[in-house]
Design a protein around this ligand. Sequence first.
Ligand code: NAD
Length: 267
Amino acid sequence: MTAPLVPAPLPHSVTVDLGGRTALVTGAAGGIGRACALRLAAAGAKVRAVDRDAAGLEELAARGAGLGGTVESVVLDLTDLDAAEQAAAGTDILVNNAGLQLVRPIEEFPPEVFHTVLTVMLEAPFRLIRGALPHMYGQGWGRIVNLSSVHGLRASAFKSAYVSAKHGLEGLSKTAALEGAPHGVTSNCVNPGYVRTPLVERQISDQAAAHGIPEEQVLTEVLLKDAALKRLVEPHEVAEAVAYLCTPQASFITGTSLALDGGWTAH
Ligand code: NAD
């Protein structure tokens, strides 16, 4: 009997009480960010949901109403780095999640897109951490969770900007872990394989063109080629790992990278 391609919905695996905590989640209108925002709100957190997609944030806030905590929308383009740093002031939990992807060979990769990817996925997290640390250090407690990827640990062809940004994020996360340790602040990466989100759906046609194969073969021959588990990860599974890293039981876990990659990096 083979494992199902989409796992049945499960109850939360982690009991986490974040009552009284403020959590900032970037990219909260997207697939993984939305799941993280809702998961942390369900744990009682006051969630500051940041995204440039105002309509997506509105939908999220409506969905978040009635959970244990609250969801407040902050419409912000993270390429405005000063605004990003200011938005992070006073948060107890920071989830650096916003991201974007372009699949192109290096010689065809637009330099301005490379610059934007590095700005949103590496420089903005640095500025957000910078903005969040004074409050975290002041109270002797903080949680930084960086949505990295298998591509923070492994490269794939045609993803130069994304792989560069994620490898940089791994270094930033580990540095924050070393500096934050004496202040009760942990910093970790979560490293999913391919998650069922708009970001993945949008790259199917580009992957087909870059690899010269039909779109219907992209999932099995490109995206899941190196994974032992031949299915996409669900956003709520990633959010559960993020919630776990915010528990008191995870206080000794810092500077690490938690792979949810279906065995990809076991190779
Ligand atoms: P998504 O496209 O569904 O969501 C990304 C969100 O980021 C969007 O809501 C978008 O509006 C926001 N965003 C992008 N640029 C922004 C900017 N300049 N300012 C403000 N917001 C901005 O993507 P996702 O799949 O949910 O990815 C979330 C994170 O998880 C990313 O960092 C991604 O690299 C990482 N990740 C995704 C996968 C996957 O398979 N989907 C796998 C591993 C890691």
